[in-house]
Design a protein around this ligand. Structure first.
Ligand code: HEC
Length: 130
């Protein structure tokens, strides 16, 4: 008799334990999907305000710089015509020139967007494949 009672109590405790564990789990993680919201400016960066802020004083509006060596229009590109090459220059700068590195000031996605923008100033370049 007492054995049966013991078994019932044990089974009961077990059941409480399982239910309890499930309840605890549920209550510990109800908000977990919201703990890592997508970064608000990760998908799309608007490079125009960044360009006005960081680049325009040297490279001019729409890349029409007053000094020809800084223009992005009507001249040959020194460091390559792909946006990847331009992004590298923006990130690392050109030593010995006023073109400073921006990798500590701008996020990689901002640099990529700026490279595409400055490339788009030169209408002689064909659009790149995405
Ligand atoms: C203080 C002036 C200055 C600022 C600010 C500046 N640049 Fe430059 N940039 C230069 C100069 C000077 C060169 C030419 C370097 C050389 O002789 O190769 C240059 C070169 C470049 C090139 C390579 C051009 C080529 O012919 O291959 C790119 C791309 C570029 N800059 C993008 C940017 C972007 C984007 C910004 C803003 C985030 C920026 N620059 C800010 C002065 C500046």
């Amino acid at each position: 008799m007492s054995r049966t009672v013991f078994r019932n109590v044990a089974a009961g405790l077990c059941a409480i334990g399982v239910v309890g564990a499930i309840t605890l789990r549920a209550s510990f993680h109800p908000t977990s999907p919201n703990l890592h919201p997508p970064s608000p400016n990760a998908p799309q960066v608007d490079p125009a305000p960044l360009y006005r802020l960081h680049c325009q004083m040297c490279h001019g509006a729409n890349g029409k710089a007053p000094m020809p060596e800084m223009a992005f229009v009507d001249r040959k590109w020194t460091h390559g015509t792909s946006s990847a090459q331009m992004a590298k220059i923006i990130a690392e700068g050109v030593k010995g020139t006023p073109m400073m590195p921006f990798k500590n000031k701008l996020k990689p996605e901002q640099i990529t967007a700026l490279a595409k923008l400055v490339r788009s100033f030169d209408k002689r370049l064909k659009p790149e494949k995405q």
